[in-house]
Ligand binder design. Structure first.
Ligand code: EPU
Length: 420
């Protein structure tokens, strides 16, 4: 494969309007959910992402017929004839684990390989497997593969998650919608993407209540019928473009956003000194022309707290804000890989386990850097917009997993950025 790079020449103030793409972290579980629904599901607002392509390939392997027309995806899951997720797809996209619940729900069995660790450190799946076992799933290891069977069918259960894991909550929901009896998830994830998944499943005939709160109840139904759904706007991509506006002292209107999902993000931008207004049902205006300062301390939490996925992006911005910003990362044990790359651009960031201390500098200078992971890669794009000179970012396949044509979007509002 040709190795591409993103090249950014910093120093341009961004101005204009950006329509925000649909949410990757909604789209992936929604695509998994389509495997449960007989007939043709139509999903709107689907960004072109390499992770979505990988999910398509999994559906293809299961026997579904998938097609795309612009941002509309159609999945025909009338026939599901295989129950196996190929090893290469499992390794390519860690979140393919969310197909487990859906395949079990549809086929009653599943064979898959265990996903390894990833750029964010070890990513155990014990909450997923322990919960499914409570629902009657028997899991046997077989040379790096897991054979899952359900000798007596899947049945409802009372599950208390040790941590409100997004993926485990989604997997349990997917396995429970067509199970025998009711499932209760206590300490469930409250993230908007979980709510989007349950909204879709309920349109298909599922009986799920409580999503968005810490207890979700799923009454098993006999079968699901395909339906039509629009993916929610991506709150992390929204925060990314807000960081781009702020770091260039620019002025942007972001459309197709969901204000409620950003309640922990807006106050940070206001603390920094940006003017942020929401208007209409989906628009955000951000103006960063006044002098800006560090927001002080930023702590990541599960929803509705400040999202871990926005931490790298905000760190890039705070690298050039006067004052000291202290980040405390509470979701992943190893989510500061971008700090070293930002330091190559002249940032002053000191990482001590879960804490990162950012001393704002006057200027960053362009250099060759590597995207360490998806959001860390996007953070380098944010920083590159403010660098003196040229920043060349390699390993951008990470960025393409979650951002649709980031260079085209930013060029449309005045950035000097290209892909080579
Ligand atoms: N965890 C366990 N055991 C498990 C599952 C999770 O110990 O069985 C731990 C994880 O190691 C982590 C914490 O629980 O420390 C939270 O993990 P969670 O399961 O909530 O994360 P996830 O479902 O794997 C999703 C998003 C991530 C996002 C996190 C947290 C998708 C496809 N991925 O991951 O998104 O950071 O929730 O909000 O929805 C990204 O988009 O860049 C990204 C990494």
């Amino acid at each position: 494969m040709v190795k591409q790079k993103i090249i950014v020449e910093g120093g341009r103030r961004l101005q204009g309007e950006i329509p925000v793409q649909g949410a990757k972290n909604s789209l992936l579980p929604l695509l998994a959910a389509t495997a449960l629904c007989k007939g043709k599901t139509v999903l709107h607002n689907c960004p072109r992402l390499t992770d979505a392509d990988a999910a398509f390939r999994i559906l293809d392997c299961l026997g579904c017929k998938c097609s795309r027309e612009s941002s509309v995806l159609t999945v025909d899951a009338e026939q599901v004839c295989d129950n196996q997720v190929p090893d290469d797809l499992m390794q390519e996209m860690r979140s393919s684990i969310v197909f487990l619940g859906a395949i079990l729900g549809r086929c009653g069995s599943c064979r898959w390989s265990t996903p390894g660790g990833c750029e964010l450190g070890p990513r155990p799946i014990n909450y997923h497997t322990d919960s499914l076992k409570k629902m009657g799933v028997v899991i046997e290891e077989d040379g790096g593969f897991m054979n899952c069977t359900t000798p007596k069918g899947i049945h409802g259960a009372k599950i208390s998650l040790p941590f409100p894991s997004v993926g485990a909550t989604e997997n349990i929901i997917l396995a429970a919608v067509t199970a025998k009896g009711a499932t209760e998830i206590h300490n469930a994830a409250k993230e908007p993407e979980v709510v989007d998944l349950t909204d879709f499943l309920n349109k298909c005939g599922a009986k799920i209540s409580g999503a968005g709160g810490s207890t979700i109840v799923i009454e098993g139904v006999k079968e699901l019928r395909a339906s039509e759904h629009t993916v929610i706007p991506d709150r992390i991509v929204t925060a990314t473009y807000m960081c781009c506006a702020a770091i260039t002292r620019g002025e942007l209107v972001l459309t197709n956003t969901k204000h409620d999902d950003l309640s922990a993000v807006f106050p940070i931008f206001e603390k920094i000194g940006c003017s942020v207004y929401t208007y209409g049902s989906d628009k955000i205006y951000i103006n960063a022309r006044k002098s800006l300062v560090s927001p002080g301390k930023v702590t990541t939490h599960v929803h509705p707290g400040f999202p871990t996925d926005s931490q790298p992006l905000l760190m890039a911005l705070t690298a050039v804000l006067p004052g000291t910003t202290i980040f405390e990362e509470n979701i992943f044990s190893c989510r500061y890989n971008h700090a070293g790359e930002l330091n190559r651009l002249g940032a002053k960031i000191d990482v001590r386990e879960r804490i990162a201390v950012v001393e704002g500098v006057k200027r960053l200078s362009g250099a060759n850097v590597k995207a360490p992971d998806l959001r860390g890669g996007a953070a380098l794009v944010v920083a590159g917009l403010a660098c003196e000179g040229v920043t060349k970012i390699s390993r951008i396949s990470h960025i393409d997993r979650g951002y649709e044509a980031i260079e085209d979007v930013l060029r449309s509002v005045g950035a000097s950025i290209k892909r080579v």
